[in-house]
Design a protein around this ligand. Structure first.
Ligand code: NAD
Ligand code: UD2
Length: 319
C-alpha cells in the first residue's frame, strides 16, 4: 500500500479518484483550497490540507512521506481563464510548478491533469497525441505549460511524470451551479427540473464526453506509467456528440421535451473536439467507457438522490 497526495481532491474528479485509492487500501492526503471544491467531497479516511497549490512551502510539506502525487487542483474553466488571466495562471501553471518542485528532492512520481484544450481547433479528427498543440485559451495555454514543465522535470530533475489530456469529463458530483460548470451537469440539472437550457451558438459544436469512471481508471494506471520521458495521453471515448443532440438525449433521460434557447457563441470556442483513445487504451489497459446515455442516466440518478423532489437546484453551494 502506498501514500498519495491528491491536489484538488475535494473537487469533482479528485473526489472520485480519492474514493478509488482508499478502496484499494492506500493512504490519501488531499491538498485543496476549497475554492470550487467542497469539504463534503472529502472522502472518509482521507486527510485534508487546506492550502493554495501555488504556495511552494505548503505543497512541499503536504508531499512529505508521500509515494506519489496526483495533481488535479486547477481553475477548471476556459471561461474563467478568459476573465481572470493572471489569477488562473497562478493556480493552473504556478501550481503545477510548485508540485513539480516539491517532487524534486525525492523524485516523487507525478500524474497530472492536462486537457483537450491544449489542441485548440484541430484540422484533422480524431485528434491523436501527435497532433500539433495550438491552444485557443489561456486555460489551454497553461495546461500546455504544465506539459512543458513536466518535460523539464523529467529531463533535468529526474522526476517521473505522466500527463493526461482529459476531454470533456462528466459524472456524479460535478457541480451544476456555476456559470462555468460543465455543460452536462448544467443540462441534467435544468432539464430534470423542466427548465430551459441555453446553447451557446448554433449547437453544432461537438465534444467527446468521457465518464469520470474512465478518467479514474486512467489516473490509477498512469501512476505505473509515469516516466522521465514525460509522456502525455488522451483520455476520451472517440465518440462525438453535438451540444444540440446532447440536449435532446438528456431530455429523453429526464423524460422531458427540452426547452432550448440559443445565446451568442462563446469567445474562443473550439468547434470540434474529438479524441483518439487508442494509444491511452493500450498503454493504460482501459476498457470500453460505456454509452453516453447510461452515463447521463447515472448523473440524473445522482441528482435525484441528492434532491428527490426535483424542485430546487441540486447543490446549494455556488462557485
Ligand atoms: P473541480 O473544480 O471540481 O476541481 C478542482 C479542485 O481544485 C477543487 O476542489 C478546487 O477547490 C481545487 N483548487 C482550485 N484552485 C486551487 C488552488 N489554488 N489551490 C488548491 N486547490 C485548488 O474540477 P474538475 O473538473 O474535478 O477538474 C480536475 C482537473 O481536471 C483540473 O486540473 C482540470 O483542469 C482538469 N480537467 C477537467 C476536465 C473536465 O471536463 N472536468 C477536463 C479536462 C481537464
Ligand atoms: C474545456 C475542455 C475540457 C476541460 C474544460 C474545463 C475543450 C474541447 N475541452 O471544455 O477538456 O478542460 O474546458 O473543465 O477544450 N455549452 C452550452 N451551454 C451551456 C454550457 C456549455 O451550449 O450552458 C457549450 C459550450 O459552448 C461548449 C460545450 O457546451 O461548446 C462544452 O462546454 P463546457 O463548458 O462544458 O466545456 P469546454 O468544451 O469549454
Amino acid at each position: 500500500m502506498a501514500g498519495y497526495l491528491v491536489t484538488g481532491g475535494c473537487g469533482f474528479i479528485g473526489s472520485h479518484l480519492c474514493a478509488a485509492l482508499l478502496d484499494r487500501g492506500h493512504t490519501v492526503r488531499v491538498l485543496d483550497d476549497l475554492s470550487t471544491g467542497s469539504e463534503s467531497n472529502l472522502m472518509p479516511g482521507a486527510t485534508l490540507v487546506c492550502a493554495d497549490v501555488s504556495e511552494p512551502a505548503a505543497v512541499r510539506e503536504a508531499m512529505e512521506d508521500m509515494d506519489g502525487c496526483f495533481h488535479l487542483a486547477a481553475i477548471a474553466s476556459v471561461q474563467r481563464g478568459m476573465l481572470d488571466w493572471p489569477g488562473t495562471n497562478r493556480t493552473n501553471l504556478a501550481g503545477a510548478i510548485a508540485v513539480l518542485d516539491a517532487a524534486r528532492s525525492r523524485r516523487v512520481p507525478v500524474v497530472y491533469a492536462s486537457s483537450a484544450a491544449v489542441y485548440g481547433d484541430c484540422a484533422s479528427l480524431p485528434i491523436s497525441e501527435d497532433a500539433p498543440t495550438r491552444p485557443l485559451s489561456a486555460y489551454g495555454a497553461d495546461k500546455l505549460g504544465c506539459e512543458l514543465h513536466a518535460r523539464v522535470a523529467g529531463a533535468v530533475h529526474g522526476i517521473p511524470t505522466l500527463g493526461l489530456r482529459f476531454f470533456n469529463v462528466f459524472g456524479p458530483r460535478q457541480n451544476p451551479l456555476s456559470p462555468y460548470s460543465g455543460v452536462i451537469s448544467i443540462f441534467c440539472d435544468r432539464l430534470r427540473r423542466d427548465e430551459a437550457v441555453t446553447i451557446h451558438g448554433d449547437g453544432g459544436q461537438t465534444r467527446d464526453f468521457v465518464p469520470v469512471a474512465q478518467v479514474v481508471a486512467a489516473l490509477l494506471a498512469a501512476m505505473r506509467g509515469a516516466s522521465v520521458e514525460a509522456p502525455v495521453l488522451n483520455v476520451c471515448t472517440g465518440r462525438p456528440t453535438s451540444v444540440l443532440s446532447l440536449a435532446s438525449i438528456v431530455g429523453e433521460v429526464c423524460g422531458t421535451r427540452p426547452k432550448v434557447e440559443h445565446g451568442p457563441p462563446r469567445l474562443g470556442e473550439i468547434r470540434h473536439s474529438l479524441g483518439d483513445p487508442r494509444r491511452a487504451g493500450m498503454a493504460l489497459g482501459l476498457s470500453d467507457p460505456g454509452s453516453l446515455r447510461d452515463g447521463l442516466a447515472e448523473v440524473v440518478a445522482w441528482m435525484d438522490a441528492v434532491q428527490p423532489d426535483r424542485g430546487r437546484p441540486v447543490i446549494s453551494q455556488t462557485v
